[in-house]
Structure formats: C-alpha cells, structure tokens
Ligand binder design. Structure first.
Ligand code: GLU
Length: 400
C-alpha cells in the first residue's frame, strides 16, 4: 500500500511550473538560459501598488482577515466588475483566493462528485484537467481547430454535454493559444448552455486586459446576464498588474457557491495574505492608464515573435488575439535529426532540444493537450525575445 494517496496519483506536476523551475535552476547553475516558459509579465509591480502594501504593513494590517477577503478588497472587486464589465455583484457574491488557481480549485472541490463531468476546450491551461481530476470529476476535452482560431464551436459544445455535465470552462483570452471569443461566438456558446439548466460556466477572465488589435473583451456573465445564477466569473491581479507573486485571485458568483468555496477555504488556507489584499485594492481602485502602455508593448512583442518564428523552416505560428503566449506548430520539425542522428519525435523532444541546444525554455504543446506544438510566453524583454527567436532559428537550421 502506498503512503501517498490515490488522488495524488491522478495528477501530474504542473508542466508550466516545472519548465519555469528548470530554467531557474539552470540559470542558477550558471547556464545562459532565456526563460519563456512562465506565464508572467516581466514588468515590475507598479510603485503605487507597492506603496499600498508598505502602508498596510505599517498600519498593522498583518492579522487574519475574513476568509473570503477584506471588506475593502471585496468592494474594490465589486466596483471593478461593475465599472469594467457591467456585472453587478454584491460583496457577499465575491471571494478572494490565493491566486486564480485557488478560486478554480475551490469551485471544483466544492461542487464535483465522482463522475461529474467538466467540459474543457482543448488546448487548455495545464491545470484545468488536473484540478478536475483531483476533485474527483471527469475532464471532457473538446477539440478546437486552428481553422476556428482554437475556439470552441457551439455544435461541439452541445455534442459534449451529457447528463453528468456540471461545468464548462471558458478562458478568453485563452492560455495557451491566445484565442479570444467575439461577442457573437460567446453568445453562441451561452445560447447552448441556457438550454441545459444543470450546466454552470467557469469563466476564467485572468487575461482580460491582454487583448489586442482593438478586440472587445467578452465574458459569459455579460453576454448572457440571465445565466449569472450559474456563472462563476474568475479573475485576478496577477497578469494584468504584474503581480504574480502576490497571489491574489478572485471570483464572483451566486451566494451558495461563494459560501461553499469559503467553507472549503476556511478549512485549508484561510484568507489570502493581508498585505497582498491591500495591494490588490490599490491595483483595482488606482490608476489604470499604464495598462495601455503595457498592452502596446505586448502587441509589439507578439508581432515580433510571430514574425521571427514564422521565418523558421519547420515552425508555423498563428497570430493570437490575446494573452501573452504564442502557440506555434512544430510539425515541420518532427522527424528531423539532431547532430547525433537521433530524430525529434515529439514536441517534448523539440522543447528539450531548444533548451539544451539553444538555451531557450518553452513549454511543449502536449502539456496543453495539443501536439506537436509549443508555447512561448512573450512577456519578456524585446532583447530576450529577439535573441531567443534567433537561437531557435539557428538550432532548427542545425537539424538535418
Ligand atoms: N498560468 C501561468 C502559466 O500558464 C502560470 C503558471 C501556472 O500556474 O501554470 O504559465
């Protein structure tokens, strides 16, 4: 009998975290590695947000807070939902967690029983299926295609719904493909879900502010307000405000669900860091103008990486609409041989080759459920992105 639980055996270590750690370790060991694995902005947390955290420490905001978040952060979250999305949540309809990941985890743990199904469009963020599995549910992975911009089609969604479907996870702009749904595409999906009373939507809006080329952000609770009694709208400050390490995510939804999530959180981590919560209040209530400048930088970096990767023979890189990832196909590299005569057989071989030969850390598409692809985070300096793409190109030219 194993000391470790059966539930642990259902999941894998997070591949995005594994690649990031590997790059960190190699750098610490003196290797010249450009890490484009992690999904985190390279910008520093803005000063006004840091000042708010320092003031919180000096004020003595260093004690437990309510499990589901401080009143001031919950009010800031309600204002954000109202101001930016037009969704009216009351403070008892929101909960703050230690990162967006905990919000998803709480929601799944609080609602799934053995055999309950969760529809997840593929490619997906690495942790969705594993969180569902850990909670005892069954991930139902639904194909999307490049020709449809990696977006779920209404018919494919409907075909995947069964009597056991409890949730559909929608992530727009999406990780890893950057796919962003238009209003009509999102409405087509919510129209289907309206017909199935038992099905809830988890809207992962963490990349809301990272949307390019003038595309409008849409979320299920806005296009289908009548569904709000079965939508959990998840968001956080990590990606938008360069606050990944502060670990603040939040969700808005119906009171019974929020209470259930708070009950679970109260028996696990309790409140998220009181200091981080104070910083998040400032992030949400403070100036927002700087986000336009960041968006412009991300747009330029996206264009640079897409153009440079498309010049590499064997790589084909679509132009994503949002988030800060590109998700190229490396089908053209499969079968090519490295110097010792060994062929690259999978996208995992390709990314291992990029790391070893080019010193560039990216994540294999297999981790996101779609191969042969790889994900590049372009939340890095232009200099590093140019150098990484040049190195990838050279490494690919060395293949035979
Ligand atoms: N969500 C980010 C990513 O996909 C952060 C790492 C993680 O939690 O997966 O890289």
């Amino acid at each position: 009998m194993s000391f470790l639980s059966e539930k642990l055996s259902r999941i894998q270590p997070s591949p995005t975290i594994a690649v990031t750690q590997m790059a960190r370790d190699l750098k610490a060991a003196g290797r010249d590695v450009i890490g484009l694995g992690a999904g985190e902005p390279d910008f520093d947390t803005p000063d006004h947000i840091k000042v708010a955290a320092k003031l919180a420490i000096d004020r003595g905001d260093t004690k437990y807070t309510s499990v589901e978040g401080t009143p001031s952060l919950k009010e800031a979250i309600c204002s954000k939902f109202s101001r930016e999305n037009g969704i009216k949540y009351e403070t008892d309809q929101v909960i703050v967690g230690t990162g967006g990941k905990q919000i998803i985890y709480n929601a799944m743990m609080a609602t799934l029983d053995a055999g309950d199904e969760v529809i997840i469009p593929r490619p997906y963020w690495v942790s969705y299926p594993d969180i569902v599995l850990l909670a005892g549910g069954k991930p139902v992975l639904v194909e999307t295609s490049l020709s449809n911009g990696f977006k779920l089609r209404a018919k494919d969604l409907e075909d995947a719904i069964t009597d056991r479907t409890k949730w559909v996870i929608l992530n727009s702009p999406g990780n890893p493909s950057g796919a962003a749904y238009t209003k009509s595409e999102m409405t087509a999906l919510t129209d289907i879900i309206k017909q199935y009373q038992r099905v809830w939507i988890l809207a992962d809006d963490i990349y809301e502010h990272l949307l390019y080329d003038g595309q409008e952000f849409v979320t299920p609770g806005v296009v289908a307000p009548s569904l709000l009694d079965r939508v959990l709208t998840m968001n956080g400050v990590s990606k938008a405000y360069a606050m990944t390490g502060w670990r603040i995510g939040y969700g808005g939804g119906p009171i019974p669900l929020i209470r259930a999530m708070a009950k679970l959180q109260g028996q696990s981590t309790s409140n998220p860091s009181s200091i981080s919560q104070a910083a998040a209040v400032e992030a949400l209530n403070g100036p927002q103008e700087f986000l336009n400048g960041w968006r412009t930088s991300f747009t330029e970096r996206r264009n640079l990486v897409v153009n440079m990767l498309n010049e590499v023979d064997g790589i084909s890189c679509p132009l994503p609409q949002g988030a800060f990832y590109v998700f190229p196909s490396c089908a053209g590299l499969i079968g090519r041989k490295v110097s010792d005569g060994k062929a690259l057989e999978t996208d995992t071989d390709v990314v291992t080759y990029f790391l070893e030969r080019a010193g560039v850390a990216v994540v294999q598409g297999t981790a996101f459920g779609l191969a042969p692809h790889f994900r590049v985070s372009y939340a890095a300096s232009t200099k590093n992105l140019e150098e990484a793409c040049r190195r990838i190109r050279t490494a690919c030219e060395e293949l035979s």
